[in-house]
Design a protein. Structure first.
Length: 252
């Protein structure tokens, strides 16, 4: 029975189920002012109402409300993915808001790099630590709410732009002016990622400006040689570095 179904499917010349350049888009994917208004209304409500609730419940100066504002802004003004947003988040969370220390920020990045899931979820760690340090009246619940707040207000603006802009992507792709702008943004993101590498590198190799951490420097050099010279995959390199670090901390 299954064989006949597959044969019938492959024998047909009807490829209407394939999305191609000449495909007719369904109504909900066609750009229109009505669709844009509906998407904007729903997404703004889902975005602003929880933020208003946090402000009414905890106050405008509370860490949870400040997290909502900060991560909304981070999602709106940063381009290029996790590695591009992390320098801004690290600078603001550590130096401006004092939600966590530079060492804890590095721990969060290490945790995100060695666990399943998108790297951007390091922001959840930042939110968790912010709640842990500055919403102590709620206990562990404050830390959990901090992590949930960071996650929600990071992704809500992103989904808003995705749903609003998706029908226009084909038109944007063929616009030379916008293509040039996106190329320039890509170049800028490379510099931002380099800034992230320098910031984390300095805080790992020269922690708290108290001198070089020779063990960390040695692991860095060995890892670099392993990947560049011997073409080892990232997974065994990270696993080996984690094992060396655990042994080092247990012995010293």
């Amino acid at each position: 029975m299954a064989a006949r179904v597959f044969v019938a499917a492959t024998a047909t010349d009807d490829y209407s189920y394939v999305i191609g350049t000449n495909s007719t888009l369904p109504p909900h994917l066609r750009p229109s002012w009505g669709r844009a208004f509906r998407v904007t209304t729903v997404c703004l409500a889902l975005w602003v109402v929880p933020l208003f609730f946090l402000g009414a419940w905890r106050g405008l100066g509370d860490v949870l409300f400040q997290e909502g504002l900060f991560f909304s802004k981070a999602a709106m003004v940063t381009f290029g993915g996790a590695y591009a947003v992390l320098p801004y988040v690290a600078q603001q969370a550590v130096e401006h808001y004092a939600w966590l220390s530079a060492g804890q920020m590095i721990d969060g990045l290490g945790l995100a790099e060695t666990t399943p899931g998108p790297l951007i979820m390091v922001l959840q760690f930042v939110g968790f630590m912010a709640g842990w340090h500055q919403a102590q009246d709620l206990g562990l619940g404050g830390a959990v709410l901090g992590g949930l707040t960071a996650t929600y207000f990071t992704f809500m603006p992103c989904f808003f732009w995705i749903f609003l802009g998706a029908p226009y992507m084909e038109r944007i792709r063929h616009n030379l002016f916008l293509s040039g702008a996106l190329t320039a943004i890509t170049a800028a993101v490379v510099g931002v990622v380099l800034n992230l590498a320098v910031w984390f590198g300095l805080n790992v190799l020269v922690p708290n400006s108290k001198g070089i951490d020779w063990f960390a420097l040695g692991v860095t050099v060995v890892s670099f040689i392993a990947m560049q010279r011997f073409k080892l995959d990232i997974i065994p390199v990270v696993a080996g570095a984690a094992t060396l670090g655990l042994i080092y901390r247990l012995l010293f």
